[in-house]
Design a protein around this ligand. Structure first.
Ligand code: TEU
Length: 535
């Protein structure tokens, strides 16, 4: 999609299992999303990204797809999706789907065939290499822990997977695989979806197998499949298709650095419209679960600067893989939720809001591993028990940064099950739902609406430049977007700032945590925020 068409937009991420259940089975679904379109319209977002809804054994929240062309029964049918697209489009909302093409489910017919024998026509759809039960082809590691290889007794080889063993990686070197994928992408664009969030796209190319990382401690154990040279061709092929359909595209591209990202997201030559960086999710050592704001701020500033001349950022605080922002960046208070919203929504790029973030949902107080869902978390928990930790110790350790926190059901109101389902919810509802829910969160929601409106109406916010002030301040995150000045104090301490270099009297207060004018010397309370505009 052309930049002028998306630079003012705001996206909203829906984790469909936990958004809204329409049929009482305890699992959110497409009809549930349809029911909530008026809510999204009222919030003012321009497009929604829906996490995978394809047919899947659900080992990894639907990121293990067994049929690219059908909708998982839990979520509905192709007809439901058609209806959602029609209704969304009628109200001016675009819909983008997750595109998961680094891997499939091990239950995908291609892999079932591939596993059968060394000379099966589908063998080369995946990565196989000679191995022994206790000797893998090399020491590459999976993101989900352990070797990236799983041994198969029948053919005495191992197959490669950067995620769970139930998610074998597709072999992009095989032209047939690429043709199948490109065909599928076209099929969905013809179907009417407006674009894609490209899952784990920076991993589709791998180093040669004989490339061994020297030591797993010294080197990044994931380096052999992080934005490896050769990926350019595949990305160019994808771009060609996306351009033909004017698709909106955002890549999850970990390993693409802030200096490489402009090539990926350049307005005309970039492969994609924008990418998510994963770097800013920095947790404090010794204070698990908490993000070190100063480190976060430095990373965001670097990305903003490196992307300024030629690139475009996707901005986010939360997604389905991260704990809740109010709990890790903030201090759990609504004041921190508001300040965080202002701090990132007006940066240069396209902001995404993750369901529940706009009402201040927080981390879940897990007391039992049975309440969790994420595969890698359950596996890590088992490993810790095996090392001798108690159940409580193991649970506390794995849950500090767990993505399960973001996957509990959306809190719509204070009725039973927070208005999410009339049945038994697939994951527990947060105990705070009587206080924290859409009905009760008008203040935070109104702030989000104001911020979205600024992006829609103000050219300086949508397209303008960016310049940072007080770069070395530990908590104050302050920037100018041409005529706009955004001031946030992301912390529990006061900040004392000197604005005497600015023509303070020319600035008009647009919004803030309290009524104030811009002063030469300003003391900011914890989580205080303001937006000013120069006349
Ligand atoms: O996440 C992938 C992801 O986070 C990695 O690409 C990342 O590079 C790695 O964790 C290093 O930090 C996506 C989805 O968002 C996630 O929910 C899925 O589990 C995963 O892909 C597999 O499809």
């Amino acid at each position: 999609m052309k930049k002028e068409n998306f630079s003012h937009m705001v996206g909203y991420q829906i984790y469909p299992k936990s958004f809204k259940d329409s049929d009482g089975d305890g699992i959110g679904d497409l009809q549930g999303i349809i029911q909530k379109l008026p809510y999204l319209k009222d919030l003012g977002v321009d497009f929604i990204w829906i996490n995978p809804i394809y047919k899947s054994p659900q080992v990894d929240g639907g990121y293990d797809i067994s049929d690219f062309y059908s909708i998982d029964e839990r979520f509905g049918s192709l007809e439901d999706l058609k209806e959602l697209l029609e209704k969304a489009h009628a109200s001016g909302l675009k819909v983008i789907m997750d595109l998961v093409v680094n891997h499939t489910s091990d239950q995908h017919p291609w892999f079932i065939e591939s596993k059968k024998s060394k000379n099966n026509p589908y063998r080369d759809y995946y990565h196989w290499a000679d191995a022994k039960p206790d000797e893998m082809p090399n020491n590459w590691q999976s993101f989900f822990g352990g070797s990236a290889w799983t041994y198969d007794e029948k053919t005495e080889q191992a197959y490669f997977h950067v995620f769970a063993k139930e998610q074998p990686d597709l072999n992009w070197k095989n032209p047939q695989v690429r043709q199948e994928i490109y065909k599928m992408i076209r099929w969905w664009l013809e179907f009417g979806v407006d674009g894609f969030r490209l899952d784990a796209i920076s991993h589709i190319q791998k180093e040669n197998w004989d490339f061994k990382i020297k030591s797993l401690k010294g080197n990044d154990p994931w380096q052999p499949f992080m934005n490896v040279s050769g990926i350019e061709q595949y990305m160019s092929d994808l771009k060609e298709i996306f351009d033909q359909y004017d698709a909106l595209t955002v890549g999850e591209a970990s390993g693409v650095t802030s200096t490489e990202a402009p090539d990926w997201t350049h307005a005309s030559s970039g492969y994609l419209n924008m990418i998510f960086e994963l770097e800013h999710n920095v947790r404090q050592e010794g204070n698990p679960g908490h993000t070190w704001i100063y480190a976060y701020k430095k990373i965001i500033m670097r990305w903003q600067k490196d992307m300024l001349a030629r690139g475009w950022n996707a901005l986010y605080l939360e997604n389905h893989d991260q704990p809740r922002a109010i709990s890790c960046f903030g201090d759990g208070s609504m004041a921190s939720a508001k300040c965080l919203a202002v701090s990132y929504m007006l940066l240069r790029g396209t902001p995404f809001i993750y369901q529940g973030q706009e009402i201040g949902m927080s981390n879940f107080p897990f007391t039992d591993i049975a309440q969790t869902d994420a595969t890698e978390i359950r596996r890590a928990y088992e490993a810790l028990l095996a090392q001798g930790l108690t159940e409580k110790e193991a649970l506390d350790k794995v849950m500090a940064n767990s993505r399960d926190h973001s996957r509990t059901p959306m809190q719509w109101d204070d009725s039973p099950n927070a208005g999410f389902t009339s049945g038994k919810p697939w994951m527990p509802i947060h105990p705070d739902y009587k206080a924290i829910n859409v009905k009760n969160a008008q203040e935070l929601l109104n702030l989000y609406k104001d911020l979205i409106r600024l992006r829609h109406e103000e050219e300086d916010i949508a397209q303008g430049s960016i310049c940072f002030l007080f770069e070395h301040h530990r908590t104050a995150f302050v920037y100018q977007r041409d005529a706009f000045l955004i001031i946030t104090n992301l912390g529990k301490t006061k900040a004392h700032l000197d604005f005497s270099e600015l023509e303070t009297k020319d600035y008009q207060h647009i919004l803030g945590s309290r009524k104030r004018s811009l002063e030469e010397k300003m003391s900011l309370l914890p989580w205080e925020y303001h937006v000013f505009k120069k006349n």
